[in-house]
Design a protein around this ligand. Structure first.
Ligand code: ADP
Length: 754
């Protein structure tokens, strides 16, 4: 065993060796208690015959205590010969601390019971300082009075210095730890805040958001018990509902609705929402808060309860965490919950706005579609009787009439023509609005396709005594893939307008390949159509407006030019449906030119075969004179049938009328007919089906009979369908003799169908 006699050189060396060993073993100690442990292991065990202990200073306390039991050396037989504790305020201790050096006390000059009780007669007290702060006291005691001498003072001064420096290092390490911890927490807080805000902005459903918020909060603080409350106003007063309630004891609140003030007392949540400020309670103030504010606490009593309210114009409510164990929430936790509450409130309010908007939008959309569908159906229904009126009027005009009757009847005819145009426009417009107008692609010959509408329009230009010129430039491909029906309708509308507003001069349609067209694929071509007239023109300020629904050029206001203002809207929408664009150049009193540009596909040469059914039947009538044709008319509507029969018979043709597809087939079996005029919509077997049957099943001769479809439908949509079913031509009701003759001409002259 070493003795502390530094006056002897060898022992001095021993001592230095010991001190450095102590310093070395202290390297690992990173708490006051561990320092004690090292002292017990490496110092006290080396000191002969003395009773030793180290007393730790705890921040905020005046009592210095020995280290916790596990850090003491239990095998030390003299353990009992040391003080139980020391008091900072005691005189002797104060003296030691003031001196900052080891101090020796010998009985009987000690009047300190804590020391005398040890049974020792001499005591050595060594203060351990670091940066001027006392960290602990080393005690050594011995039975013999005067046991400790100068050499102990020197030795323990050195040991205290080593211990002080270790305390310094521990302080520095713990500051460093604190800094790291704070940094980590700051980073965690930042991530959590970002996650909260992100979740609130990208919320799918509210339950999902509540759950996500709970998970994020749990990553930051203890949140086993977490709920979200919402206030709701109803006829029964204000209530609080709990759309999310996770709790160890009270999870039955999930989905519940309770009055804000049960029995006119408040709930804690209700109080906080009303009060509008966050609330943090712990065991020290929970009862007091409830008492002061007249609060009935409905759930199980928590140790700590932390909530934050949220409110905006749309919603109010709260986010709450509570603990039933020893967790007590802090001010720092409060900040987090306040942040969560704000974001939940914002997300709820956004969601509410969004839902309201969605409902309003859906309502508006369904109203619009309903309106459009209704208009579409109505206008379709109106067409049939209109056709009756127009047809009968035509028939009457063909009879002997006096001057006055003829004038009146022509007025009937003009008005009904106008009405029919209007109904057609509404039908198209409402169909587009209701989204029922699709693009149907097929391969077609542009020149043939344009022939039909142009021949119709030529009747009108002839009546007005103006020119109608068509120029299709040679650079325009013969075959195209696109929607020929829509194209015809666009051209009909634009030329129709041009004719309507031109009294002198003429109308010209020109088609050319658009060389400027960018963004075209290899197999595409853009065609530029221009429809120019020498009519009244459109003033510059009105030019944009006429493309809007129901707008017409104001200055005209002339009864003569009455229209709906829908034609150009339909036209524009059709052009856009075909991925094209439309524009206009016009000078008042000089004329207008409407342009539209539409892309088409060009078929690869091998695939371009069109309408084979048409060709097979074209020679059926052969060179038979048009006069004396035997026509089979299939039409179920009595008025339409009467009109058609009258029109056809007035041409000297022989007409057999039947009312459905089956009768057509029967009639073909039994009698010879040159041509069938067939209504598309018939009961039992419609026109398409009947045609297919004739083409496939009847004998070789009958199967090639020309069939011309008649329909009161939105004319342009059905043409392709008729041709696909094997019909040769297409006629819209009421039958106009002139158009009918032209179709027959076409069939006879072996040209493509109309
Ligand atoms: P509607 O002709 O049925 O009134 P449109 O949409 O087809 O409806 O035309 C809207 C208006 O644009 C017409 O009423 C007319 O004032 C003007 N407009 C259209 N085309 C021409 C044209 N070629 N020349 C002069 N004005 C035209």
């Amino acid at each position: 065993m070493m003795k502390l006699y530094p006056s002897v050189l060898a022992e001095m060396t021993d001592f230095l060796h010991f001190v450095s060993k102590l310093a070395y073993s202290l390297r690992e100690a990173d708490s006051p208690a561990e320092i004690c442990f090292v002292l017990h292991q490496n110092l006290f065990s080396q000191l002969e015959a003395t009773h030793n202990e180290f007393y730790i200073v705890y921040p905020g306390r005046t009592t210095l205590l020995p280290p916790p039991a596990e850090f003491r050396n239990h095998s030390d037989p003299f353990f009992s010969h040391v003080p139980h504790y020391l008091e900072l305020n005691e005189n002797h201790i104060r003296q030691v601390i003031k001196t900052k050096k080891p101090v020796i006390f010998n009985d009987p000059d000690v009047s300190l019971p804590l020391l005398s009780e040890t049974g020792n007669n001499s005591h050595l007290l060594t203060p351990v300082f670091n940066n001027g702060d006392i960290h602990g006291l080393l005690y050594c005691g011995h039975e013999s009075p005067g046991y400790f001498g100068e050499e102990y003072i020197h030795g323990f001064t050195a040991i205290a210095a080593i211990l002080g420096s270790r305390f310094k290092t521990i302080d520095e390490i713990s500051t460093l730890h604190d800094n790291i911890h704070n940094l980590e927490r700051a980073e965690k807080v930042q991530t959590a805040l970002f996650e909260i805000s992100d979740a609130a902005h990208n919320v799918g459903s509210m339950p999902e958001l509540y759950e996500t918020m709970h998970i994020i909060v749990s990553s930051m603080i203890s949140a086993k018990n977490f709920y979200i409350a919402l206030t709701e106003n109803s006829d029964d007063g204000t209530t609080i509902s709990f759309p999310y309630y996770v709790d160890e004891y009270d999870s039955h609140f999930q989905g519940k609705r309770i009055p804000l003030k049960p029995g006119e007392q408040r709930t804690l949540t209700g109080f906080m929402i009303e009060n509008g400020v966050p609330l943090l309670t712990g065991p020290a103030n929970f009862d007091q808060v409830c008492e002061t504010h007249d609060i009935t606490f409905l759930g199980s009593k928590p140790t700590s309860w932390l909530g934050a309210p949220f409110f905006n114009e749309q919603v109010s409510g709260a986010v709450v965490v509570q603990s039933y164990d020893d967790i007590i929430y802090s001010e720092r936790d409060k900040e987090l919950i306040v942040y969560v509450a704000r974001h939940v409130g914002d997300a709820l309010s956004r969601k509410k706005n969004f839902d309201q908007l969605k409902v309003a939008k859906e309502k508006a959309e369904s109203e619009k579609t309903n309106k459009s569908s209704f208009l579409a159906n109505m206008s379709h229904e109106i067409r049939t009787p209109m056709n009756g009126i127009i047809g009968v009027t035509d028939l009457l005009l063909g009879t002997d009439l006096n001057e006055q009757q003829r004038t009146y009847l022509e007025m009937v005819k003009t008005s009904s023509d106008r009405l029919l145009t209007l109904v057609n426009d509404i039908l198209d417009f409402s169909k587009i609005e209701a989204g029922k107008f699709g693009i149907k692609r097929s391969t077609f010959r542009l020149r043939d396709t344009l022939a039909a509408p142009l021949s119709l329009l030529r009747v009108q230009t002839a009546q007005k005594d103006i020119e109608l010129t068509t120029i299709i430039e040679p650079n325009v491909p013969e075959l195209l893939i696109g929607d020929p029906n829509h194209l015809c309708q666009i051209i009909l509308n634009l030329i129709g307008n041009a004719i309507k507003f031109t009294d002198v001069g003429g109308v010209r349609i020109q088609v050319t390949k658009d060389h400027d067209a960018a963004d075209l694929k290899e197999n595409q071509v853009a065609l530029l159509f221009s429809i120019s007239d020498t009519g009244i023109g459109i003033p510059t300020d009105q030019q944009k407006k006429i493309f809007n629904a129901y707008e017409q050029v104001e200055t005209i206001g002339n009864e003569f030019y009455k229209g709906t203002g829908l034609g150009l809207v339909v036209t524009t929408q059709l052009v856009e449906l075909m991925s094209g664009k439309i524009w206009l150049e016009s000078t008042a009193d000089q004329g207008s030119c409407f342009y539209f540009k539409v892309p088409f596909l060009i078929p690869t040469p091998m695939k371009s075969s069109i309408q084979p059914a048409a060709r097979s039947a074209t020679n059926f009538i052969g060179n038979k004179r048009k006069r004396g044709l035997r026509i089979l008319l299939a039409e179920d509507d009595r008025i339409s049938q009467t009109i058609a029969v009258a029109v056809l018979e007035s041409q000297g043709w022989e007409v057999t009328a039947v009312v459905n597809g089956q009768e057509v087939l029967d009639e073909l079996e039994n009698n010879h007919h040159d041509l069938i005029l067939m209504d598309v919509q018939m009961p039992e077997m419609n026109g398409f089906e009947t045609t297919r049957k004739i083409r496939v099943h009847s004998n070789r001769k009958t199967s090639k009979i020309p069939i011309i479809a008649m329909t009161a439908h939105a004319v342009r949509g059905d043409r392709e369908k008729c041709l696909a079913a094997g019909m040769n031509g297409y006629l819209s009701k009421p039958i106009e003799t002139k158009v009918f003759m032209e179709i027959i001409d076409k069939i006879l002259s072996n040209s493509a169908p109309i």
